[in-house]
Structure formats: C-alpha cells, structure tokens
Design a protein around this ligand. Structure first.
Ligand code: PEP
Length: 240
C-alpha cells in the first residue's frame, strides 16, 4: 500500500524536524515491507528533505512541474529534470487544485510525458467535481481525464493513479464505500496493471472504513499528512 503525503504549499525548514517521528515509527514497523511512504513537500524542501531521509525507506516526491523537461525562459517555473536533480523520485501531476487554475488534460499529458522522460514516477490525479457527480457524470469525466492525460504515454507502468473526488478534498467528506469500490474498479478497467489510490480527507478516523474497501492500493493524504501523529495513525490503523 502507498501512503503519499501531499504537503501542498505548507512547510518551512523547521517542519522537517517532525519527520523523525515518522522515520522512527517506520523503522520498527512490523509490516513495513507492505508499505511505501512518499513525501511530496513544496519544491523548496525537496533537497533538505531528501538529505534528511537518506538511508531511510521513505521516498521524496514533487508536487508539479513545468511541461518542458529542458531549461528555458520560463520565469518562476521548475522542470521535472530539475526536481529529479534535487532528489525527487515521484511527482504529483494533475492535482485538482492546479486543474482549477487552468491546467488542462492536454497540459497534464505533456507534464506526465516530460516527468517520465526525466525518470520520475508519476502520481496522476483524477477526479470529478460535485457538479459532475450530481449529474452522474463521474465515469465519463474520469474516462476523459485518463484517456487525454495518458494519451501516447508509453510507460504506463510508471504511473500511479490517485482518484481524488474534488468535493472530498479538504472537505471532511469521503465517498460512500460502495461508490468508491465501484469507481476504483472502473479506473482499473481503463488502465490495467496500475496502482489506484484514493485521496480526499483521509484521516485516522475514516481510515477504518476506507481500509475495508479492498481494491484500493493506498492513499494520497493532504491535510493529515502535515501532522506526523495523524499520518502514523493512518498507516497503523490500515494494518490493525
Ligand atoms: C490532496 O490534496 O491531495 C488531499 C487529498 O487533501 P486532503 O487530504 O486534505 O483532503
């Protein structure tokens, strides 16, 4: 199971001090062979976090990139090669917080290709809005996001899908278990052999319900991942 921490635009050098709790927990965790932990901090923290997590089994990832993998005159942007160079092994692409500000399926597709070319593994976020859910368009939306996002992507085995309903991110709401099982299954029929994670308001309470949905391969955790105790609790309770 994957447990991916998305720190979003939170975190200073001081925040890295909280990592030792997770490192110590993971060192002695009996089920650690079943677990992959990936921390995706803001780009400013990738290098220092990678140094701090050296010689642990915890991996570092990035949260987004520019679509060009080469250097260029793109003020304020960072490309996938640069992220790899400072220690990222994975990258989140297509997060709804970026789609909301104009990131299209086409742009996401370019970013995915560029990240794979740079040797990063991709955590590809998809998910429907509340309006789309109410109109019963969830599967149609996901299908489009998958087919356009992964158009002509060769190394699909290096892409993990994170199903994140937009209405569940940061809202405290999670999908009904039956619906979630069904949606994850649908995604798995569209992109075979890929791991499919769930993300959206995962916390130490609702993990009990979420872990019983047996086709989920892990969780992308936003808010709760900034608190090492909550993050550790989520992992522990998944295996209780
Ligand atoms: C996310 O940002 O990917 C996310 C799932 O956030 P949260 O857990 O806070 O809903």
């Amino acid at each position: 199971m994957y447990f991916i921490a998305n720190w979003k635009m939170f975190g200073s050098l001081n925040s890295l001090n909280s990592l030792h709790k997770v490192v110590n927990f993971f060192k002695s965790f009996k089920k650690k062979k079943l677990v992959k932990i990936i921390y995706c901090p803001p780009s400013t923290l990738i290098r220092p976090m990678s140094k701090k997590l050296k010689n642990t089994n915890i991996i570092v990832g990035a949260q987004n990139c520019h679509e060009h993998e080469n250097y260029g005159a793109f003020t304020g942007s960072i490309n996938s090669n640069m992220l790899k160079n400072v220690g990222a092994k994975y990258i989140i692409i297509g997060h709804s917080e970026n789609r909301q500000f104009g990131e299209t399926n086409k742009l996401i597709n370019l970013k995915i290709k560029s990240a794979l070319k740079s040797g990063l593994k991709v955590i590809f976020c998809i998910g429907e809005t509340l309006k789309e859910k109410r109109k019963k368009n969830t599967k149609q939306v996901l299908n489009k996001q998958i087919s356009l996002g992964l158009n002509k992507v060769k190394n699909k085995n290096k892409v993990i899908i994170a199903y994140e309903p937009v209405w569940s991110i940061g809202s405290g709401l999670i999908p009904k278990s039956n619906d979630l099982f069904d949606t994850i299954n649908f995604i798995k029929t569209k992109i075979r052999n890929s791991k499919v994670l769930y993300g959206g308001s995962v916390n130490p309470k609702n993990i009990i319900e979420l872990k019983s949905i047996n086709n989920i391969d892990g969780f992308l955790i936003g808010g709760a991942s900034q608190d090492p105790k909550k993050f550790i609790d989520i992992i522990k309770k998944t295996y209780n």
